[in-house]
Ligand binder design. Structure first.
Ligand code: HEM
Length: 180
């Protein structure tokens, strides 16, 4: 996973729990003297371990932590990649462009990123179906990212999902309802 993702988690933890909690999480879950560089890849296991550490500290289930993190992460990614989002001026356009535009541009900007496969289908004016597939099993993070995209456009949405189609978490289907 790229450093930009870890740096966003770091920002969220420091903002909400403080620097000492982040340092304690690093001590426990990452190699000595680790500092994350946005464009560099670090082991996925390190991200899961840090996210688990946050879940333990906050006494929250891991899926909730991943979802809250995804929501925050969208803002970080959008702020650092304004050019990628320039043409995507509505929530619906952005969601439809995750695979075909956003992650295509990400693959040009980063060396061998590990990206999910996301297929979006418009059902009607107020409903989009989203199909997430990835061996990294970060469907809850994807859910948070979609809420983050809605925040970005001041849209109110509600997401329901069949937790996991494959049980393992590699394939999740979401229904995104646009409320206002
Ligand atoms: C990785 C979904 C928007 C850049 C990921 C991952 C997910 C995801 C779930 C984790 C990897 C995996 O699950 O396999 C989404 C969704 C988005 C969205 C649902 C919109 C609602 C964006 C935007 C950017 C972006 C706006 C930046 C322009 C990245 C980057 C990675 C990533 C840099 C990390 C790749 C790596 O670590 O190798 N995305 N994403 N994404 N995404 Fe997106």
């Amino acid at each position: 996973m790229k450093g930009i993702i870890f740096r966003s988690l770091e920002e969220l933890v420091i903002e909400n729990l403080g620097m000492s909690v982040w340092n304690a999480l690093l001590d426990e879950h990452s190699p000595a003297h680790r500092s994350y560089v946005s464009a560099v890849s670090y082991p996925d296991e390190e991200l899961y371990a840090l996210a688990n550490g946050v879940a333990e500290k906050m006494a929250l289930p891991l899926p909730d932590v991943l979802s809250v993190f995804g929501r925050f992460l969208f803002g970080s990614l959008a702020a650092k990649h304004t050019a990628v989002l320039a043409e995507l001026d509505t929530f619906e356009k952005l969601i439809m462009a995750i695979d075909s535009v956003i992650h295509v541009e990400v693959a040009k900007l980063y060396d061998e990123p590990n990206l999910p496969k996301i297929e979006a289908t418009i059902v009607n004016d107020s409903e989009i179906l989203l199909d997430y597939r990835s061996p990294r099993k970060l469907g809850f993070c994807a859910e948070g990212l979609i809420y983050g995209a809605a925040d970005y456009f001041n849209k109110q949405i509600e997401i329901s999902h069949n937790r996991s189609v494959t049980q393992s978490g590699e394939h999740t289907q979401f229904v995104v309802k646009i409320l206002a």
